[in-house]
Design a protein around this ligand. Structure first.
Ligand code: 6R9
Length: 632
């Protein structure tokens, strides 16, 4: 059965049914997959504990659905195209049959190195095919993958490895990113020195650098391959067994391990992929996200492969060797569906039109956006110059925690509106609430975005700490999942996402908790206290503005101190979290009870100092004047 929605009327009918009979609705979709054993009950849930179980007691393996079931009809169809960083290096293609074999081999390598069902495997790899093989290989044998974006520092990695108690790490000697080469294995070695749970490290050769291999712990992937079989039976998994952990920032402290499970995630990513992008059998599909983020998990790997699509994976960056790289790749492979982030669009806009006008882009049919609100200027540039006013732009709102797209237009099926994620997907029941948690029912109103009914792709827990999951998402408003985003429903009922309402900053589509960056900054021996806020940034969406208080006296020039603070953040988290602005202040604005008044700092960072709001609870008002005077 093909459950693709073909018209606006059909969308409305389907949506209605999905709300009135959610269990029947999802069961019909789930029925189209290969199950070793069907479920006893479709859904078992409450948002109090919270407890969410989909397809209870169903048994399956997601890789049988991504790979094996396609072999008969699509064995020779391309599953994965890999385009390297350097356009002079040759691309590589894998049919479904070849990908199946690669995954089985990698699965056997994992088994040979002691990985068993339920074990956690951390993957820290560049965007090379082995990253995709590794994720699927884990899923094949029932190990839980936790991919860490290969830009995080060794400290950040060690935290995540320890939280997940990972047994094995898969990495590479180095990586290529634009004109740079980065020594990956060295970062992992440093991380693993603080991670007693790690027994083995599997190293993929990418840049042919000499690396230190630790006897008894480290093995070369290519050497292991010679020892293993090309077949690997898929492990039978319960629908609610863990598929993966993906760490993401929240408003407090350290990142949390968002847990997704096998059955619901499979059904949800496949359904949303087909419908949002209106995927057709012969399409070449390209999602530019790194597999280290949830967008890569759901819409580069699992969703497309479940649907039997040809998915393109790109190792490089949009601006290397020049800012025409994306458009060149689209023409080279005849990409039909292109899914990227507003920050990439804005950075390419800034490089001028010539780069995009040099390519035909005739093959494109659908454009997608994800990760942060897309401003109208970027939306129109994308629509006019990339899509030639011919391709709908689907603005897809979702989160690591939601597993898949929640709000979006369906390409060419439902209307689009610049800056609007527009419609709830079937099965998704979003609501707006006010501060008190009362539902806002009228249109043309703003509020906090919540969801009132479970959907199959949703977060099940935060790894090793269920209470944290409850606290973070289910405690703000009774019986609701709280997204952390503010939203507006326009007069016609279309959704627009305004942005985070908690202490999360979205930098180039990557989430950072202000507390997480502050913790990092405070590791610097000269800093006694800091406060971090976001401010509007032309390319990144939001930039990071840090106010830092130095102990006693500044021991060196302010410039040196700033450089040191940056170094500390890069060391603790990674380059992606480096502050854009660092202001050295003698104190922070606090309430009498000692709370930092971030609201004021945010206004200062935004340059809106004429109206700071209520400052009556300020402990030391002159400090605010000092900060305003020194603002960057
Ligand atoms: C998929 C992903 C989630 C946060 C989310 C929101 C922001 C994502 C958006 C968007 C406006 C969109 N966000 N998509 N805001 N319009 N289309 O990005 O997951 O990294 O967990 O970030 O990103 O603020 O809460 P994740």
């Amino acid at each position: 059965m093909d459950y693709r929605i073909n018209s606006f009327e059909e969308y409305q009918e389907t949506y209605q049914r999905s709300v009135e009979q959610p269990e029947e609705f999802w069961a019909d979709i789930a029925d189209t997959f290969v199950w070793r054993k069907k479920w006893d009950k479709v859904l078992d849930w409450n948002f109090v504990e919270p407890k969410v179980k989909w397809f209870v007691n169903g048994k399956l393996n997601i890789t049988e659905n991504c790979l094996d079931r396609h072999l008969e009809k699509r064995g020779n169809k391309l599953a994965l195209i890999w385009e390297p960083n350097d356009p002079k290096e040759r691309f590589v293609r894998f049919t479904y049959r070849e990908l199946h074999e690669k995954v089985c081999q990698m699965a056997n390598v994992l088994k040979r190195n002691g990985v068993k069902k339920g074990d956690r495997v951390v993957i820290y790899l560049p965007m090379i095919p082995e990253l995709a093989f590794s994720m699927l290989a884990c899923a094949r044998i029932g190990a839980v993958h936790s991919v860490i974006f290969a830009g995080f520092s060794h400290t950040a990695m060690a935290d995540r490895i320890n939280d997940a108690q990972a047994k094995v790490v898969i990495t590479s000697d180095g990586l290529n990113r634009g004109s740079k080469q980065i020594p990956v294995k060295r970062v992992v070695d440093e991380a693993v020195a603080d991670c007693p749970s790690v027994e083995k490290m599997i190293v993929v050769e990418r840049v042919s650098w000499a690396v230190q291999m630790k006897e008894g712990r480290d093995v070369w992937y290519h050497e292991e391959l010679e020892q293993v079989d090309k077949n690997c039976p898929a492990e039978e998994m319960d629908a609610e067994d863990l598929l993966f952990i993906l760490y993401t920032s929240g408003s407090t402290g350290k990142p949390k391990g968002v847990v997704h499970t096998c059955g619901g995630y499979m059904v949800y990513t496949d359904y949303t992929f087909r419908n949002v992008f209106q995927y057709q059998e012969s399409d070449i599909y390209w999602c530019t996200a790194d597999l280290g983020w949830v967008t890569g998990h759901s819409y580069l790997l699992y969703g497309p492969l479940l649907s039997g699509a040809t998915t393109l994976m790109f190792e490089g960056v949009p601006t290397f060797p020049d800012p025409g790289r994306f458009w060149q790749v689209i023409d080279k492979f005849g990409v039909n569906i292109f899914y990227t982030a507003p920050t990439a669009i804005r950075s390419l806009m800034a490089s001028g039109l010539d780069h995009v006008l040099s390519y035909s882009l005739d093959s494109l049919r659908v454009l997608g956006s994800v990760g942060e609100p897309i401003n109208e200027e970027a939306w129109y540039w994308y629509y006019i110059h990339v899509g030639k006013e011919r391709c709908p732009v689907v603005d897809t709102w979702w989160q690591t925690e939601t597993g898949g797209i929640m709000l979006s237009s369906l390409a060419n099926v439902t209307p689009t509106k610049p800056g609007h994620a527009a419609y709830a997907l079937p099965g998704v029941q979003p609501i707006l609430v006010d501060q008190a948690g009362e539902e806002i029912t009228e249109n043309d109103q703003e509020g906090y975005l919540c969801v009132k009914f479970p959907w199959p792709g949703m977060i099940r827990t935060t790894y090793g700490d269920h209470e944290r999951c409850r606290q973070s998402y289910f405690s703000s408003y009774k019986n609701l999942y709280f997204t952390g985003d503010g939203a507006k429903r326009d007069k016609d009922g279309l959704w627009r996402i305004i942005g985070r309402v908690d202490d999360v900053i979205n930098v180039s589509g990557h989430r950072f908790g202000t507390a997480e960056i502050e913790n990092a900054i405070n590791q610097n021996k000269h800093i006694v206290e800091s406060a971090v806020v976001g401010y509007p940034h032309d390319v990144k969406g939001q930039g990071i503005y840090a106010f830092v208080v130095c102990g006693d006296e500044i021991p060196q020039s302010p410039e040196n101190l700033r450089a040191e603070v940056i170094e500390t953040v890069v060391d603790q988290i990674g380059k992606i979290a480096r502050p854009d602005k660092i202001q050295i202040v003698s104190g922070l604005p606090k309430t009498r009870s000692g709370k930092i008044m971030r609201r004021i700092l945010r206004k200062i960072a935004e340059g809106e100092t004429s109206n700071l709001g209520d400052t009556s609870t300020l402990l030391d008002p002159p400090i605010v004047d000092e900060i305003i005077k020194g603002a960057l």
